[in-house]
Write a protein that binds this ligand. Sequence first.
Ligand code: BGC
Length: 446
Amino acid sequence: MIYLVAAIAAMAGFLFGFDEGVIAGAEAGLNKTFTMSPLIEGFMTAAVPLGALAGAVIAGRLADRFGRRRVLLGAAVIFFLGSLLASIAPSVTVLTIARLVLGIAIGVAGMVAPLYISETSDARRRGGLVATYQLAITIGIVVAYLVDYLLEALGWRWMFACGTVPAVVLFAGSLILPESPRWLALKGHAEQARGVLMRLREGDATVCEAELAGIAGTAQTPQGRWRDLASRKVRPAAVAALGLYLLQQLSGINAVIYYAPEIFKSTGFESDSAAVLATVGVGAVNVVMTVVAMRLVDRLGRRKLLFIGLTGAVLSLLTIAAVAAWGGAGWAFVSAIALMAYIGAFAVSLGPVPHIMMSEVFPLALRSMGMGIASVANWGCNFLVVLLFPVALGAFGIGGVMLFFAVVCALGLLFTLRRVPETRGVSLEEIEQRLDEGRLLEGRSG
Ligand code: BGC
């Protein structure tokens, strides 16, 4: 039962990835249908992260008011309508509005689905099930790239229209989902909460009662205040979580995810379809390396993965910049390999680690506030990178832009060295105690 529940909720992650990725292969066709300046193209593309920013701001309140399940149902309807509108858009303005709407659904689902998964799963399986959500995002991206490749002849309208299919699956699946037992209990529906939990725990009454008592206990935890996040005590946690989230976006990942075919073409690929096929490769590497990261993150630790991944990212980005500056025709394959290496390096480090760390380092009373601020910062930087990439590409060329991202990743190494704690194998309570005693950054070599 719990796997089914998590699989349906992870469908929201799939949609998230699909709607992020689909634009990559659509861009060439869109440029033929509409005339767009680099700024207009950037804004139309970045409408998704901009909408998601708004979605992330309202998601928590919606989920508390209406329940997790109803919000997921609502997000599925918005995904459906947004995809439909994008596919029939008669102008760039309507397309931008459609993408804004899709973005809102992504922002809402991006917060509510992991919350729902973590509230319905038991402690033992929680980490793995939440990580499945990140994996679902990367699968959504690669499926979108494949759809782009296969439907190239039919055109961009069909690519966007495909987004309606997973939206219907999410809607139908959410109809059979039970409401989160934690939300039911918090709203005072104790009997319903017990009923759902019994189904989720396959009728094990002892486990069920212990969990219900735990839920009642956490409901007593007083909520913190916004300004506590900047207090001396909590600051190291806030700096680590926010810093990693900013790095995740400023490392340039979404310039690649959203514009990969354009990047391939600017490094020397001739045809649209060859560029989109290479993009499918990017998506596949992203999925495979995310699985590798899921296996390694509790063995090697967060910091080691960050060091390995960031070093790989710096080297591969510098390679692309060097090829752009000095490589002639025939060097396109070197850039392609370097771009794949960059994605692989990202997927083992800055992809999953900031999400994991964000859910670990804040004290319980400030967790949802801290996560809220970090998400808004994440979407804000995502928006800026996606908006400005076409403009920067025009002004500085692919070499200049990649050099900038390489510098950010190099700074990321320094930041990891000095500001990122090691939380591998440490319980959430122990992390909170370390923070309380000003020892969060101790044991960084662990
Ligand atoms: C990031 C997304 C990004 C994705 C790529 C996630 O960790 O939050 O912005 O598109 O990774 O796989």
